[in-house]
Design a binder for this molecule. Structure first.
Ligand code: ATP
Ligand code: SF4
Ligand code: MG
Length: 327
Protein backbone atom coordinates (compact mmCIF):
# COMPACT_ATOMS: atom_id res chain seq x y z
CA UNK A 1 0.00 0.00 0.00
CA UNK A 2 1.30 3.44 -0.94
CA UNK A 3 -0.46 5.47 1.74
CA UNK A 4 -2.24 4.12 4.75
CA UNK A 5 -3.77 6.43 7.33
CA UNK A 6 -4.64 4.73 10.62
CA UNK A 7 -6.88 6.13 13.32
CA UNK A 8 -5.77 9.72 12.70
CA UNK A 9 -6.86 12.35 15.23
CA UNK A 10 -6.41 16.11 14.86
CA UNK A 11 -7.66 18.69 17.35
CA UNK A 12 -7.92 22.44 17.34
CA UNK A 13 -7.99 24.36 20.58
CA UNK A 14 -10.45 27.18 20.10
CA UNK A 15 -12.11 29.68 22.41
CA UNK A 16 -15.24 27.50 22.39
CA UNK A 17 -13.31 24.39 23.38
CA UNK A 18 -11.54 21.55 21.60
CA UNK A 19 -12.67 20.90 18.03
CA UNK A 20 -12.05 17.31 16.97
CA UNK A 21 -11.53 18.12 13.31
CA UNK A 22 -10.30 14.62 12.48
CA UNK A 23 -11.66 11.98 14.82
CA UNK A 24 -10.28 8.57 13.97
CA UNK A 25 -9.83 8.50 10.20
CA UNK A 26 -8.64 5.32 8.45
CA UNK A 27 -8.03 5.27 4.71
CA UNK A 28 -5.63 3.89 2.14
CA UNK A 29 -4.52 4.62 -1.42
CA UNK A 30 -2.46 2.38 -3.66
CA UNK A 31 -0.24 3.29 -6.60
CA UNK A 32 -2.31 4.09 -9.67
CA UNK A 33 -5.47 4.45 -7.61
CA UNK A 34 -7.72 7.46 -7.07
CA UNK A 35 -9.47 7.94 -3.75
CA UNK A 36 -12.08 10.67 -3.64
CA UNK A 37 -12.76 12.24 -0.25
CA UNK A 38 -16.20 13.74 -0.13
CA UNK A 39 -18.06 15.72 2.48
CA UNK A 40 -19.71 19.01 3.34
CA UNK A 41 -17.75 22.08 4.34
CA UNK A 42 -16.05 21.68 7.72
CA UNK A 43 -16.09 17.86 7.73
CA UNK A 44 -12.30 17.66 8.08
CA UNK A 45 -11.18 16.92 4.53
CA UNK A 46 -8.49 19.61 4.29
CA UNK A 47 -7.24 19.09 7.83
CA UNK A 48 -6.78 15.38 7.08
CA UNK A 49 -4.82 16.26 3.94
CA UNK A 50 -2.69 18.80 5.81
CA UNK A 51 -1.88 16.26 8.51
CA UNK A 52 -0.86 13.71 5.88
CA UNK A 53 1.30 16.25 4.02
CA UNK A 54 2.85 17.57 7.21
CA UNK A 55 1.67 21.13 6.64
CA UNK A 56 -0.88 21.42 9.45
CA UNK A 57 -0.74 24.78 11.25
CA UNK A 58 0.53 23.79 14.70
CA UNK A 59 -0.77 25.54 16.76
CA UNK A 60 -3.74 25.88 16.61
CA UNK A 61 -3.97 22.37 15.12
CA UNK A 62 -2.40 19.32 16.76
CA UNK A 63 -2.16 15.70 15.71
CA UNK A 64 -3.19 13.80 18.81
CA UNK A 65 -3.04 10.25 17.54
CA UNK A 66 -2.71 7.84 14.67
CA UNK A 67 -0.25 6.85 11.98
CA UNK A 68 0.40 8.06 8.45
CA UNK A 69 2.21 5.20 6.76
CA UNK A 70 3.77 6.15 3.46
CA UNK A 71 5.45 3.20 1.76
CA UNK A 72 5.33 1.53 5.15
CA UNK A 73 7.07 4.37 7.03
CA UNK A 74 5.21 6.41 9.66
CA UNK A 75 5.61 10.02 8.51
CA UNK A 76 4.44 11.32 11.89
CA UNK A 77 7.63 9.93 13.41
CA UNK A 78 10.00 11.69 10.98
CA UNK A 79 11.99 14.81 11.84
CA UNK A 80 10.84 17.97 10.06
CA UNK A 81 13.93 17.91 7.85
CA UNK A 82 13.19 14.36 6.64
CA UNK A 83 9.57 15.29 6.25
CA UNK A 84 10.50 18.16 3.95
CA UNK A 85 12.41 15.78 1.71
CA UNK A 86 9.29 13.62 1.35
CA UNK A 87 7.16 16.65 0.42
CA UNK A 88 7.43 17.55 -3.24
CA UNK A 89 9.69 14.65 -4.12
CA UNK A 90 7.48 11.79 -2.94
CA UNK A 91 4.12 13.40 -2.29
CA UNK A 92 2.79 16.72 -3.52
CA UNK A 93 -0.34 18.76 -3.01
CA UNK A 94 -2.52 20.82 -5.33
CA UNK A 95 -4.68 23.52 -3.78
CA UNK A 96 -7.92 25.14 -4.83
CA UNK A 97 -6.57 28.61 -5.29
CA UNK A 98 -3.64 28.69 -7.67
CA UNK A 99 -3.36 32.46 -7.56
CA UNK A 100 -2.57 32.56 -3.85
CA UNK A 101 -0.32 29.49 -4.06
CA UNK A 102 1.88 30.91 -6.82
CA UNK A 103 4.30 33.75 -6.29
CA UNK A 104 2.84 36.78 -8.12
CA UNK A 105 6.19 38.47 -8.79
CA UNK A 106 8.05 35.48 -10.22
CA UNK A 107 7.62 34.15 -13.78
CA UNK A 108 5.91 30.77 -13.75
CA UNK A 109 8.88 29.15 -15.49
CA UNK A 110 11.16 30.22 -12.64
CA UNK A 111 8.75 28.79 -10.07
CA UNK A 112 8.58 25.49 -11.91
CA UNK A 113 12.33 25.50 -12.50
CA UNK A 114 13.02 26.17 -8.83
CA UNK A 115 11.84 22.63 -8.03
CA UNK A 116 14.66 21.20 -10.16
CA UNK A 117 17.27 23.67 -8.92
CA UNK A 118 16.50 22.99 -5.25
CA UNK A 119 15.73 19.28 -5.31
CA UNK A 120 17.81 18.09 -8.25
CA UNK A 121 20.69 20.57 -8.27
CA UNK A 122 20.10 21.52 -11.91
CA UNK A 123 21.46 24.66 -13.55
CA UNK A 124 18.97 27.51 -14.15
CA UNK A 125 19.11 26.87 -17.87
CA UNK A 126 18.42 23.16 -17.63
CA UNK A 127 15.67 23.88 -15.10
CA UNK A 128 13.97 26.29 -17.48
CA UNK A 129 14.00 23.66 -20.22
CA UNK A 130 12.35 21.28 -17.75
CA UNK A 131 9.75 23.95 -16.97
CA UNK A 132 8.83 24.24 -20.65
CA UNK A 133 8.60 20.47 -20.90
CA UNK A 134 6.28 20.36 -17.90
CA UNK A 135 4.08 23.15 -19.26
CA UNK A 136 3.78 21.09 -22.43
CA UNK A 137 2.83 18.04 -20.39
CA UNK A 138 -0.06 19.86 -18.79
CA UNK A 139 -1.02 21.21 -22.23
CA UNK A 140 -0.39 24.89 -21.82
CA UNK A 141 -0.34 26.19 -25.39
CA UNK A 142 2.83 27.97 -26.55
CA UNK A 143 4.74 26.89 -23.45
CA UNK A 144 8.10 28.07 -24.82
CA UNK A 145 6.78 31.60 -25.33
CA UNK A 146 4.86 31.74 -22.07
CA UNK A 147 7.45 30.33 -19.70
CA UNK A 148 8.59 33.85 -18.77
CA UNK A 149 5.09 35.17 -18.01
CA UNK A 150 3.68 35.91 -14.57
CA UNK A 151 0.77 34.07 -12.89
CA UNK A 152 -1.72 36.90 -13.49
CA UNK A 153 -1.15 36.61 -17.24
CA UNK A 154 -2.75 33.15 -17.24
CA UNK A 155 -6.43 32.26 -17.00
CA UNK A 156 -7.72 30.41 -13.93
CA UNK A 157 -7.70 27.08 -15.74
CA UNK A 158 -4.17 27.61 -17.05
CA UNK A 159 -2.95 28.62 -13.60
CA UNK A 160 -4.40 25.44 -12.19
CA UNK A 161 -2.47 23.53 -14.88
CA UNK A 162 0.68 25.27 -13.69
CA UNK A 163 -0.11 24.11 -10.14
CA UNK A 164 -0.50 20.58 -11.46
CA UNK A 165 2.83 20.91 -13.28
CA UNK A 166 4.49 22.02 -10.01
CA UNK A 167 3.06 19.03 -8.21
CA UNK A 168 4.19 16.67 -10.98
CA UNK A 169 7.68 18.15 -11.35
CA UNK A 170 9.54 15.63 -9.23
CA UNK A 171 7.25 12.77 -10.24
CA UNK A 172 5.89 12.07 -6.77
CA UNK A 173 4.24 8.74 -6.01
CA UNK A 174 1.23 10.48 -4.47
CA UNK A 175 -0.67 13.66 -5.20
CA UNK A 176 -3.29 15.12 -2.90
CA UNK A 177 -5.57 17.53 -4.74
CA UNK A 178 -7.74 19.63 -2.42
CA UNK A 179 -10.70 20.93 -4.42
CA UNK A 180 -8.46 21.47 -7.44
CA UNK A 181 -11.23 22.68 -9.72
CA UNK A 182 -13.67 24.38 -7.38
CA UNK A 183 -12.62 27.89 -8.39
CA UNK A 184 -13.02 27.16 -12.12
CA UNK A 185 -16.08 27.27 -14.33
CA UNK A 186 -17.74 24.02 -15.28
CA UNK A 187 -16.21 23.28 -18.70
CA UNK A 188 -12.71 24.16 -17.50
CA UNK A 189 -13.32 22.01 -14.41
CA UNK A 190 -13.92 18.99 -16.59
CA UNK A 191 -10.78 19.62 -18.66
CA UNK A 192 -8.55 20.01 -15.63
CA UNK A 193 -10.05 16.92 -14.03
CA UNK A 194 -9.49 14.89 -17.19
CA UNK A 195 -5.89 16.05 -17.32
CA UNK A 196 -5.34 14.99 -13.72
CA UNK A 197 -6.87 11.59 -14.33
CA UNK A 198 -4.74 11.08 -17.43
CA UNK A 199 -1.49 12.08 -15.75
CA UNK A 200 -2.33 9.85 -12.81
CA UNK A 201 -2.61 6.88 -15.18
CA UNK A 202 0.51 7.80 -17.09
CA UNK A 203 2.70 8.23 -14.00
CA UNK A 204 0.91 5.48 -12.06
CA UNK A 205 0.54 7.83 -9.12
CA UNK A 206 -1.81 7.51 -6.22
CA UNK A 207 -4.28 10.39 -6.22
CA UNK A 208 -6.36 11.66 -3.35
CA UNK A 209 -9.05 13.92 -4.69
CA UNK A 210 -10.85 16.07 -2.16
CA UNK A 211 -14.12 17.53 -3.29
CA UNK A 212 -17.64 18.35 -2.20
CA UNK A 213 -18.92 17.73 -5.71
CA UNK A 214 -20.25 14.21 -6.28
CA UNK A 215 -20.56 14.86 -10.00
CA UNK A 216 -16.83 15.43 -10.34
CA UNK A 217 -15.74 12.11 -8.85
CA UNK A 218 -17.94 9.66 -10.73
CA UNK A 219 -15.67 9.46 -13.78
CA UNK A 220 -12.26 9.73 -12.20
CA UNK A 221 -12.25 8.01 -8.80
CA UNK A 222 -11.89 4.32 -7.96
CA UNK A 223 -13.00 4.56 -4.37
CA UNK A 224 -14.84 7.13 -2.30
CA UNK A 225 -14.51 7.96 1.37
CA UNK A 226 -17.38 10.07 2.66
CA UNK A 227 -16.55 12.27 5.65
CA UNK A 228 -18.90 13.67 8.25
CA UNK A 229 -17.87 15.59 11.38
CA UNK A 230 -14.26 14.43 11.25
CA UNK A 231 -14.99 10.76 10.54
CA UNK A 232 -15.29 8.55 7.53
CA UNK A 233 -18.89 7.39 7.50
CA UNK A 234 -18.85 5.38 4.31
CA UNK A 235 -16.22 3.94 2.00
CA UNK A 236 -16.81 1.93 -1.16
CA UNK A 237 -15.84 1.60 -4.81
CA UNK A 238 -17.37 4.54 -6.65
CA UNK A 239 -19.91 2.64 -8.70
CA UNK A 240 -21.16 0.53 -5.81
CA UNK A 241 -21.65 3.62 -3.71
CA UNK A 242 -23.57 5.38 -6.47
CA UNK A 243 -25.74 2.39 -7.12
CA UNK A 244 -26.65 1.75 -3.50
CA UNK A 245 -25.30 3.88 -0.66
CA UNK A 246 -25.01 2.15 2.71
CA UNK A 247 -25.17 5.32 4.82
CA UNK A 248 -28.09 7.77 5.08
CA UNK A 249 -25.70 10.72 4.78
CA UNK A 250 -24.35 9.43 1.47
CA UNK A 251 -27.89 8.83 0.32
CA UNK A 252 -28.69 12.43 1.22
CA UNK A 253 -25.69 13.69 -0.75
CA UNK A 254 -26.66 11.62 -3.78
CA UNK A 255 -30.24 12.84 -3.59
CA UNK A 256 -29.09 16.44 -3.56
CA UNK A 257 -27.19 16.15 -6.86
CA UNK A 258 -29.15 17.31 -9.89
CA UNK A 259 -29.29 14.33 -12.25
CA UNK A 260 -30.01 14.53 -15.94
CA UNK A 261 -31.71 11.16 -15.91
CA UNK A 262 -34.11 12.30 -13.23
CA UNK A 263 -35.02 15.64 -14.75
CA UNK A 264 -37.95 17.30 -13.10
CA UNK A 265 -37.50 15.46 -9.86
CA UNK A 266 -37.41 17.73 -6.89
CA UNK A 267 -34.01 18.41 -5.36
CA UNK A 268 -33.85 17.09 -1.84
CA UNK A 269 -31.07 18.70 0.11
CA UNK A 270 -30.13 17.21 3.47
CA UNK A 271 -32.01 19.10 6.14
CA UNK A 272 -30.08 20.94 8.83
CA UNK A 273 -26.42 21.79 9.11
CA UNK A 274 -23.25 19.87 9.98
CA UNK A 275 -22.44 20.09 13.71
CA UNK A 276 -20.07 22.49 15.39
CA UNK A 277 -17.02 20.31 15.97
CA UNK A 278 -16.57 21.54 19.54
CA UNK A 279 -20.01 20.10 20.38
CA UNK A 280 -20.61 17.02 18.23
CA UNK A 281 -23.92 15.29 19.04
CA UNK A 282 -23.55 12.11 21.14
CA UNK A 283 -23.97 8.73 19.50
CA UNK A 284 -24.04 9.02 15.73
CA UNK A 285 -23.04 12.62 14.91
CA UNK A 286 -25.49 12.58 11.99
CA UNK A 287 -28.55 11.65 14.10
CA UNK A 288 -30.17 15.12 14.28
CA UNK A 289 -30.35 15.14 10.47
CA UNK A 290 -30.99 11.49 9.79
CA UNK A 291 -34.36 10.23 8.54
CA UNK A 292 -33.58 6.73 9.89
CA UNK A 293 -32.45 7.81 13.36
CA UNK A 294 -33.81 6.00 16.43
CA UNK A 295 -32.88 5.72 20.13
CA UNK A 296 -29.65 3.75 19.80
CA UNK A 297 -28.34 6.39 17.37
CA UNK A 298 -28.51 9.04 20.07
CA UNK A 299 -26.33 7.06 22.49
CA UNK A 300 -24.03 4.63 20.62
CA UNK A 301 -21.33 5.82 18.23
CA UNK A 302 -21.51 3.53 15.19
CA UNK A 303 -18.17 1.93 14.29
CA UNK A 304 -17.27 1.53 10.62
CA UNK A 305 -19.15 -1.72 10.04
CA UNK A 306 -18.07 -4.02 7.25
CA UNK A 307 -20.79 -4.02 4.63
CA UNK A 308 -21.26 -7.66 3.76
CA UNK A 309 -23.21 -9.35 1.03
CA UNK A 310 -21.57 -7.43 -1.84
CA UNK A 311 -18.44 -8.36 -3.79
CA UNK A 312 -16.80 -5.04 -3.00
CA UNK A 313 -14.88 -4.05 0.12
CA UNK A 314 -17.21 -1.56 1.75
CA UNK A 315 -17.70 0.05 5.11
CA UNK A 316 -20.48 2.08 6.71
CA UNK A 317 -20.64 3.83 10.07
CA UNK A 318 -24.38 3.35 10.43
CA UNK A 319 -26.12 0.97 12.83
CA UNK A 320 -28.74 0.43 10.16
CA UNK A 321 -26.57 0.20 7.05
CA UNK A 322 -28.45 -2.82 5.78
CA UNK A 323 -31.73 -0.96 5.85
CA UNK A 324 -30.13 1.95 4.01
CA UNK A 325 -28.51 -0.34 1.42
CA UNK A 326 -31.86 -1.96 0.70
CA UNK A 327 -33.28 1.49 0.03
N1 ATP B 1 -7.26 27.21 11.73
C1 ATP B 1 -8.24 26.61 12.39
N2 ATP B 1 -8.60 26.99 13.63
C2 ATP B 1 -9.58 26.37 14.31
N3 ATP B 1 -10.29 25.36 13.82
C3 ATP B 1 -10.00 24.94 12.59
C4 ATP B 1 -8.97 25.53 11.79
N4 ATP B 1 -8.91 24.89 10.60
C5 ATP B 1 -9.88 23.95 10.66
N5 ATP B 1 -10.52 23.96 11.84
C6 ATP B 1 -11.60 23.05 12.26
O1 ATP B 1 -11.51 21.89 11.50
C7 ATP B 1 -12.74 21.61 10.86
C8 ATP B 1 -12.51 20.97 9.54
O2 ATP B 1 -11.95 21.90 8.65
P1 ATP B 1 -11.52 21.51 7.17
O3 ATP B 1 -10.83 22.69 6.62
O4 ATP B 1 -10.76 20.24 7.19
O5 ATP B 1 -12.91 21.28 6.47
P2 ATP B 1 -13.17 20.83 4.96
O6 ATP B 1 -13.87 19.51 5.04
O7 ATP B 1 -11.92 20.88 4.19
O8 ATP B 1 -14.22 21.91 4.48
P3 ATP B 1 -14.31 22.73 3.09
O9 ATP B 1 -15.15 21.87 2.18
O10 ATP B 1 -15.00 23.97 3.48
O11 ATP B 1 -12.93 22.95 2.58
C9 ATP B 1 -13.46 22.92 10.80
O12 ATP B 1 -14.84 22.76 10.84
C10 ATP B 1 -12.97 23.61 12.07
O13 ATP B 1 -13.76 23.21 13.17
S1 SF4 C 1 -26.49 5.36 12.93
FE1 SF4 C 1 -28.60 6.07 13.09
S2 SF4 C 1 -28.50 8.30 12.97
FE2 SF4 C 1 -26.54 7.47 12.26
S3 SF4 C 1 -26.77 7.36 10.08
FE3 SF4 C 1 -27.36 5.37 10.88
S4 SF4 C 1 -29.56 5.48 11.19
FE4 SF4 C 1 -28.83 7.56 10.92
MG1 MG D 1 -11.26 22.10 2.66
Amino acid sequence: MLLEVRDLHVEFRTRDGVAKAVDGVDCAVDAGETLAVLGESGSGKSVTAQAVMGILDTPPGRITGGEVLFRGRDLLKLKEEERRRVRGAEMAMIFQDALSSLNPVLPVGDQLGEMFVVHRGMSRKAARAKAVELMDRVRIPAARERVGQYPHQFSGGMRQRIMIAMALALEPALIIADEPTTALDVTVQAQVMELLAELRREYRMGLVLITHDLGVVADVADRIAVMYAGRIVETAPVHDLYKAPAHPYTRGLLDSVPRLDLKGRELRAIKGLPPNLTAVPPGCAFHPRCPLARDVCRTDVPPLYEVTGTDAARGSACHFWRECLDG
